[in-house]
Each structure stands twice: as structure tokens, then as C-alpha cells.
Design a protein around this ligand. Structure first.
Ligand code: THU
Length: 135
């Protein structure tokens, strides 16, 4: 699995987005350490606050299938321009992969590389867990 394949999977996953309220479709593809890819798309709700972002859909699919370590995330928004994961998604990604590589692809196929660490340098970490981990 290379970066191009992962980005293509994010673009493909975007087709399943359910976004009748915003009209803004997002696709994500999360590469697990096992080599397996978990895709996600945003799923909106008529009660707007219940909307789930593409990134979190991918994470919950992966963790619920037993995968907890990740090496890269590809993200595809709608239209021109790069989108960045929202703060809530960054916190959820940081739980499992604080140094995760993120590849963001835009309409022309152009892409940017960033990371969870760069976008959320100080994620919240519960004190007890920090001590348990020896961090
Ligand atoms: N959205 C995502 O799925 N991921 C992001 O990184 C940013 C925003 C979704 C949520 C909502 O369905 C739509 O984009 C517009 O905010």
C-alpha cells in the first residue's frame, strides 16, 4: 500500500458520504500497521450535532475490528482546496496514533503531507494514562 493507493481509496470512500445537509462530502482511508485499510465517509443527521466525520468513522471501524496502530491517513474533501481534520477528529486520532502521517488530497489530485503532531501538538492525555505508559 503506497501513498497514491491510499489517497485513491479516500477519494473512492467519499462516494459513500451521506451529506444532504452540508453538501460537503469527505472520504478517509486509514492504514493500519497490519497493512489493512479502513475507509470512512462523513455521515450527517437531521439532528446536525450527531454528524460523524469521515476520519472518526474510519477509526471506529478499525478499532472495532481489533486494529489499534496506524501509519497513515488519507483525506479527501469536496471541491478545490485542502481540508484539515477537525479538532475532535485530531483528538480521536491522537489517542491511537499521536504521530500519524496525514495526506490531504484535493480535486486536482494535488496533495499535502502533514501529521497529527503538527496539527494538534498538545493533544489531551489523561494523567493516569501518561503515568501508566511511562510518558
Ligand atoms: N467533515 C468531515 O467529515 N471531516 C473533516 O475533516 C471536516 C468536516 C464533515 C462534517 C460535515 O458532514 C461536513 O464535513 C461539513 O462540515
Amino acid at each position: 500500500m503506497n501513498g497514491t493507493m491510499l489517497r485513491d481509496m479516500a477519494v473512492k470512500a467519499r462516494e459513500n458520504a451521506y451529506a444532504p445537509y452540508s453538501g460537503f462530502k469527505v472520504g478517509a482511508a486509514l492504514l493500519g500497521s497490519s497493512g489493512k485499510v479502513y475507509t470512512g465517509c462523513n455521515i450527517e443527521n437531521s439532528s446536525y450535532g450527531l454528524t460523524i466525520c469521515a476520519e472518526r468513522v474510519a477509526v471506529v471501524k478499525a478499532v472495532s475490528e481489533g486494529e489499534r496502530e496506524f501509519t497513515a491517513l488519507a483525506l479527501a474533501g469536496s471541491g478545490a482546496g485542502f481540508i484539515y481534520p477537525c479538532g475532535a477528529c485530531l483528538q480521536v486520532l491522537a489517542e491511537f496514533a499521536p504521530r500519524l502521517k496525514i495526506e490531504i488530497v484535493e480535486a486536482s489530485g494535488d496533495y499535502k503531507i502533514t501529521s497529527v503532531k503538527e496539527l494538534l501538538p498538545r493533544a489531551f492525555v489523561l494523567k493516569q494514562r501518561e503515568e501508566a505508559d511511562g510518558n
